[in-house]
Design a protein around this ligand. Structure first.
Ligand code: BGC
Length: 716
């Protein structure tokens, strides 16, 4: 539709029709099942008539369902304005990829972009228009269950992934390319930093930190063209984000130049009441509309009050027009006025959903996401060994992880099945660990005694991470620890494979194992990927996107913490009055960027092309890397800098670039990075983002413990 026609449409709409556009209902409101909807309808202040005026529906899927509903809806709508269909396609639609934290561990934005393209293709064929993804919230606290949905603790990594997701979902032309979805960057802002790691809790971030670390990934998603932004449940500056004028108007709309649709998170407008910043739903509706929330997801403030409110208040009327305009533009950008069924097609759906090609991508992505944490020469396994597989997750297909509502666990093989396919019954014995706990352990003990290596599949169930799944204890469940301790006593080589959604406290685990494989929730093809890693068919290359703490007492924890006045260094190890713990190292058990390989890489000393850069000139830092092992491997080479003197306190180090390189056994390669002034900018006290002249330390390494061995000056 031409812009003039769209404007004419807006003019023609009644207030009721306009308010309808701002309301989003879940799919069950439209289901033909005879279940009693009176309760939910009342709660949402809905009538049958109003229902057929709402602008969007969430959580629907299937070409047949979306086509039917769109037809039914458009017949009833006076102006035939099509519905928008939205859903949480987070790490895959039917074909499930690793959880986003696992995607983060690939350190490969191209891989992530590919997963977004596939997800969009599967979902668009079912008639979906918008995915509530990417979640770009920066995370530093593994107690928070939603770290599984984040790509990690670092702003540079998060920025690159934010762009990759948005570009992958949206492509370059949403109107023409019917295999794409509009992306929704969430949750604006700071949702990844709830106090105490407890979901929905308030957030206490100073504005400098918010701007320096948290906002850049949202900005990158917006700059990449994301059509929607979702508000966060939490507070910023003690005001809930969903009713926070400064955050939404001054920062999001004005400074960050977002001009798409702002949607509330589920029920978040209504939650302004229990938050205690609005006395009732009416006041909440005024607040949310004033800050520019265009769509209310699943609370009743707009549906109950907006009509009366705008009839009495010209300013609110104009604000309503602004919101409806944003929504109509999105529908138009998706081409819905010309083609309300856009992409929904049962045949395409059956061809593109869970295709062999998509499964292959899920397999290679899962392989790339796996992080080898420990290996005392026990991995890869040798096909000749006698292996016992045990542990509660050995025959579990609960490996898709949270936020995989369309994924079917039945389609995911278990580790027992995949390893069984690889090894005959003579080499592999699958032993139920419950026998051990139930006291009838002679078979268990016998099999363990006969084996060379024991693989133990451990971790969390998928309900233990995700939304509303915060934990104060982040170690493995105690019975899993008991199992490991008993196995250790038997003097066997033990490899633990972990399926989980957060950095766990593994301090107790490390002394008990010879090999430790972090598989995250690896998705539909995860068990095959793990098997390929265990047998060396794939040489692991994943790197942690988030620090693994030594104990929960250290969290929140991140490698790029601010410099303190009393830093703890090796030389000062015996001093007391330092920023340190009495009972723990400050550092992570496994630092950000960490991950082993079956081969080894030797890093030469790095060289700088110059000791100086300026606003116009750059320098090159280079290093020679050699694969000193016996097999081909992939290494992620990471560059860290430290700004020696800033106007505000600067981090002890920061990732400024990285490259993934593949080297044959014995091969050497020079890896180069160009360093420019732009990479040295940071948020100053007045919130301007710029660099300062002065000295910087720099270093290259295999993870964030890299030493900053060189320095250079920025001249101005
Ligand atoms: C979550 C969002 C999600 C929405 C819709 C909320 O509870 O916080 O991330 O997109 O539900 O399912």
């Amino acid at each position: 539709m031409k812009i003039e026609e769209l404007k004419a449409l807006l003019k023609e709409m009644t207030i009721e029709e306009k308010v309808g556009q701002t309301i989003q209902l879940s799919a069950d409101f439209f289901s033909d099942q005879s279940e009693d909807l009176t309760g939910p309808m009342n709660e949402m202040a809905m009538t049958e008539e109003k229902k057929y005026q709402v602008g969007s529906v969430l959580g629907i899927s299937g070409a047949k369902e979306t086509i039917q509903l769109q037809k039914r809806y458009m017949e009833k709508h006076r102006l035939h304005i099509p519905l928008l269909f939205m859903a949480d396609i987070i790490h895959g639609d039917h074909t499930i990829f690793p959880i986003p934290l696992g995607l983060g561990a690939t350190w490969n934005p191209d891989t992530v972009k590919k997963t977004a393209e596939i997800s969009a293709k599967e979902a668009a064929a079912q008639g979906l228009h918008v995915t509530f993804s990417p979640m770009v919230d920066l995370v530093r606290d593994p107690r928070w269950g939603r770290v599984m949905e984040a790509t990690g603790e670092d702003k540079l990594l998060n920025k690159r992934y934010a762009r990759a997701f948005v570009e992958g979902y949206q492509g370059t032309d949403l109107k023409q390319d019917l295999t794409k979805l509009a992306a929704c960057v969430k949750h604006f802002a700071g949702y990844g930093a709830p106090r105490g790691g407890r979901d929905y809790n308030s957030v206490d971030l100073n504005e400098n930190t918010l701007r320096e670390h948290y906002l850049p990934a949202y900005q990158e998603g917006i700059d990449a063209g994301a059509k929607l932004v979702m508000t966060a449940f939490n507070t910023i500056d003690n005001i809930p984000a969903t009713g926070n004028k400064r955050l939404m108007r001054d920062i999001l709309r004005d400074e960050m130049a977002f001009d798409g649709v702002l949607i509330s998170d589920w029920g978040a407008i209504g939650e302004l009441v229990p938050h205690g910043v609005a006395e009732d739903n009416k006041a909440a509706a005024i607040q949310a509309l004033t800050v520019g929330v265009d769509i209310e997801m699943m609370s009743a403030a707009y549906s109950e009050h907006l009509i009366d409110l705008v009839e009495q208040d010209e300013t609110l009327k104009e604000l309503l027009d602004e919101s409806v305009w944003n929504i109509l533009r999105l529908k138009n950008d998706l081409g819905l006025f010309e083609n309300p069924f856009r992409g929904a097609d049962e045949e395409t759906e059956s061809l593109s959903v869970f295709s062999d090609e998509n499964k292959k991508a899920a397999l290679t992505t899962a392989e790339e996401s796996i992080v080898l944490l420990e290996n005392n020469g026990v991995l890869p396994l040798n096909q000749e060994e006698k292996i016992v597989l045990t542990g509660p997750l050995k025959d579990s297909n609960d490996i898709l992880g949270a936020w995989s509502w369309k994924g079917d666990r039945e389609q995911a093989a278990t580790l027992a099945e995949m390893m069984g396919q690889r090894l005959g019954p003579d080499s592999l014995s699958i032993v139920d660990e419950s026998q051990f706990f139930e006291g009838q352990n002679s078979f268990f003990m016998n099999e363990i005694h006969l084996s060379d290596t024991v693989i133990v599949a451990l971790g969390e169930s998928s309900e233990m991470s995700g939304e509303a799944a915060s934990r104060t204890i982040i170690s493995l469940p105690e019975y899993q620890m008991v199992l490991l301790r008993e196995l250790k006593k038997l003097n066997k080589k033990v490899v633990a494979v972990l399926f989980n959604g957060r950095p766990l406290d593994l301090s107790g685990v490390v002394p008990l194992v010879d090999g430790l494989v972090e598989a995250w929730f690896p998705g539909t093809m995860g068990a095959e990927a793990v098997t390929n890693v265990l047998f060396g068919k794939f040489n692991p290359s994943g790197k942690l996107p988030m620090s693994f703490p030594r104990s929960v007492g250290q969290v929140p924890l991140a490698y790029n913490e601010d410099s303190t006045g009393r830093p703890m260094t090796d030389e000062k190890r015996n001093e007391k009055y330092l920023s340190r713990y009495l009972d723990s190292e400050n550092t992570a058990l496994y630092p950000f960027g960490f991950g082993r390989s079956y081969t080894s890489f030797d890093y030469s000393e790095c060289t700088l092309s110059s000791q100086e850069i300026s606003m116009e000139t750059s320098l090159t830092i280079s290093i020679e890397i050699k694969n000193t092992g016996k097999i081909k491997g992939i290494e992620t080479v990471q560059v860290y800098v430290r700004d020696k003197v800033g106007e505000v306190v600067r981090p002890v180090k920061e990732l400024i670039d990285f490259k993934k390189v593949e080297l044959e056994a014995g091969e050497s390669m020079t890896v180069e990075f160009e360093i420019t002034e732009k990479q040295l900018r940071y948020t100053h006290a007045d919130h301007s983002v710029r660099s300062d002249a002065g000295e910087f330390s720099i270093g290259i390494g295999t993870d964030s413990s890299a030493e900053l061995t060189h320095s250079f000056y920025l001249e101005k």
